[in-house]
Design a binder for this molecule. Structure first.
Ligand code: SF4
Length: 144
């Protein structure tokens, strides 16, 4: 909600693509609006009334979501963002994993499965995102 000074859009470079910059480090990035969030992003009524918010943020029901989850800057992935959403096969949300590699879930079964993953995550932190998604998908979860 207060990242508008740090994550900026410099230029629109395609129908759904933007050249952006993480101002604090001067790191450029190319942002592509997620396929399933284009309608959300195209409605700019909310963002116009929230000048401190990151320009890629939008309300979705009762949540506020990043519309460039797939291509968000590395700083967001590392520190702020949800990097994996975990659902059951019927599409029910079971939890999510943040960029700090923490699981947030009320589901006892998922929490138990997560416990068995923690040692592997600690051993291979650089590949944690693929590792987590791979293991959870093997266990029957849907990871996005
Ligand atoms: S996670 Fe997305 S909405 Fe949040 S600051 Fe980063 S780019 Fe902006």
């Amino acid at each position: 909600m207060y990242m508008g000074d740090f994550i900026v859009i410099e230029e629109k470079i395609g129908p759904d693509e933007y050249r952006g910059c993480s101002v604090s480090t001067g790191t450029p990035f190319i942002a592509r609006i997620d396929d399933d969030k284009r309608d959300l992003f195209s409605d700019d009524s909310w963002i116009k009334t929230h000048p401190s918010a990151c320009r890629f943020l939008r309300p979705s029901g009762e949540k506020i979501v990043c519309t460039i989850h797939e291509t968000s800057p590395v700083q967001c992935k590392a520190y702020r963002c949800v990097i994996i959403r975990v659902c059951s096969q019927d599409g029910m949300a079971r939890g999510f994993v943040t960029g700090t590699l923490a699981l947030h879930s009320d589901d006892p079964a998922l929490k138990k499965d997560w416990k068995s993953l923690e040692r592997q995550i600690t051993a291979f932190p650089e590949d944690a995102e693929n590792l987590i998604a791979g293991v959870l998908m093997e266990k029957g979860y849907v990871c996005t």
